[in-house]
Design a protein around this ligand. Structure first.
Ligand SMILES: CC(C)(COP(=O)(O)OP(=O)(O)OC[C@H]1O[C@@H](n2cnc3c(N)ncnc32)[C@H](O)[C@@H]1OP(=O)(O)O)[C@@H](O)C(=O)NCCC(=O)NCCS
Length: 80
């Protein structure tokens, strides 16, 4: 499940969760790609992480995002 808010300028990925029985199969990465595909032309893609767990940051890092604050990561692909 992924929930994102697109306001025309930015995309905020708020929740991205894969059922524990289906993790490590590329589903999480694909869900984030679907968000990015909806984000053509925006100025930035952010993901709000629930808490500052390094695993969350590591997961988003595999999709090219980097931390910009304790609870936020941003895609390097501006205007994806
Ligand atoms: C984080 C989460 C969404 C990943 O979903 P997933 O379907 O297992 O992820 P993928 O299989 O697409 O993994 C993509 C890459 O992210 C990295 N990754 C995935 N889970 C990771 C973890 N727990 N810790 C560190 N890196 C992780 C891996 O490098 C992985 O690539 P690899 O399988 O080739 O090594 C899933 O573990 C989850 O639902 N966690 C609980 C909720 C959560 O933390 N949401 C994210 C922040 S709100």
């Amino acid at each position: 499940m992924v929930r994102a808010k697109i306001d025309g300028i930015y995309v905020f990925t708020l929740n991205l969760v894969v059922h524990p029985d289906y993790r490590h199969r590329g589903i999480g990465r694909r869900l984030f790609e679907l968000v990015e595909e909806q984000a053509l032309g925006v100025d930035g893609v952010f993901a709000i992480i629930g808490h500052a767990a390094s695993t969350h940051i590591d997961f988003y890092a595999t999709s090219g995002l980097r931390p910009v604050s304790r609870l936020t990561v941003i895609s390097n692909r501006v205007n994806v």
